[in-house]
Design a protein around this ligand. Structure first.
Ligand code: SAM
Length: 343
């Protein structure tokens, strides 16, 4: 996976953007257009690789986000339930970690179910900035949150958190980046480190990161979480092909692909693939991509973390684990990381 992680998320220097909060179901700013224009280029690049590989961020349009919400409710999908349990059981500790007048930023915010558990216990929060590529879903979720917590300053930003984006400036005593859902596991370890470093820079010295990660465990637990009996994850995976067809006018038939999930022990990751059920050609943007029968498009990695290794990597980045919360089965961990000196 080649995601551009070089530019950092930076707080915008001016207060002006705060007044440009978009209407419901509208992209927050021009960033949404950039996301759309890179979709074709990234797909052509990914399908030109051998083996073919695409980024998981492209699963998410309105339908992809809806399917992911269904995945989070599946009996096989333990991560959401386990993490929500931790966030609920340790709500006061997490609020203490954030401190009063804190600005919370959530990259890859989704439906905002988890952050609600934090926000309702924060002492006079300065604001909340959810960031997501899935624009209409983001704005709908932000609208619902505003209705629920009218006093809260909610400033959604539709953008790709792996590229340089500006965030509205909000005066606060502390900035905390909330990154749950084990989204970190979608990145190669060196990319994950760069992403954490960019979050540390955003939070600034004295700030914090609350990070939710899925831990290594028996593949008999892991694989069904990515290959459920009802086929919801299969539909989520194939949503990429629907997007290619509907948004990029690709000639591709999603029915000619099967979903596959497997655990690669050496690498400690679950992989998701789309398997070609026949020899076929995908036509996209003036290019033709041949697939043999059985050939796959590698659509997602989900690295499962070794907690000791992860804490050591965080320390190397100047992030001290102030608190580590795990469930009784040690399936999931929430780390409260304090940002030391940033480079
Ligand atoms: C696994 S879900 C997690 C959602 C939520 N944080 C949670 O833990 O329940 C990933 C979310 O991140 C968004 N996303 C994925 N890659 C992204 C990127 N590069 N930039 C912005 N949002 C991204 C998706 O649209 C989706 O809403």
């Amino acid at each position: 996976m080649t995601l551009c992680l070089k530019p950092l998320i930076t707080p915008a220097p001016s207060l002006a953007r705060v007044t440009k909060i978009p209407a419901l179901n509208r992209p927050a700013d021009g960033a949404a257009d950039n996301i759309a224009s890179t979709f074709l280029a990234d797909m052509v690049a990914g399908l030109s690789k051998s083996p073919k590989q695409t980024s998981p961020k492209y699963f998410y349009d309105a339908r992809g986000s809806e399917l992911f919400e269904q995945i989070m409710r599946l009996p096989e999908y333990y991560p959401t339930r386990t993490e929500m349990g931790l966030l609920t059981a340790h709500a006061m500790e997490l609020a203490d970690f954030c401190g009063p007048n804190c600005l919370l930023v959530e990259p890859g915010a989704g439906n905002l179910a988890k952050v609600r558990l934090l926000l309702k216990n924060l002492q006079s929060p300065a604001g909340f900035i959810p960031v997501d590529v899935s624009g209409s879903h983001l704005h709908h979720a932000a609208h619902e949150l505003r209705l629920e917590q009218p006093g809260l300053n909610v400033l959604p930003v539709c953008a790709d958190f792996t590229t340089g984006i500006s965030l509205p400036h909000v005066a606060s005593d502390r900035r905390v980046v909330f990154f749950p859902g084990s989204t970190l596991g979608n990145f190669e370890p060196h990319e994950a480190d760069r992403l954490l470093a960019s979050f540390a820079q955003l939070a600034g010295q004295g700030g914090g990161i609350i990070l939710g990660v899925d831990l290594r465990k028996d593949p008999a637990i892991l694989v069904p979480a990515y290959d459920d009996a009802q086929g919801v994850t299969a539909a989520f995976n194939k949503n990429l092909l629907h997007r290619l067809r509907d948004e990029l006018a690709a000639e591709v038939n999603p029915e000619q692909f099967a979903h596959r999930a497997l655990y690669i022990d050496d690498l400690g990751r679950v992989e998701m693939h789309l398997v070609s059920l026949m020899a076929q050609t995908i036509s996209l943007g003036g290019h033709s991509f041949q697939l043999e029968v059985g050939e796959t498009i590698h659509t997602e990695n989900s690295y499962k973390q070794d907690l000791t290794e992860l804490v050591a990597r965080c320390e190397n980045l100047g992030l001290q684990a102030a608190r580590i919360l795990t469930d009784s089965r040690q399936w999931f961990a929430v780390l409260c990381l304090s940002v030391g000196k940033t480079t």
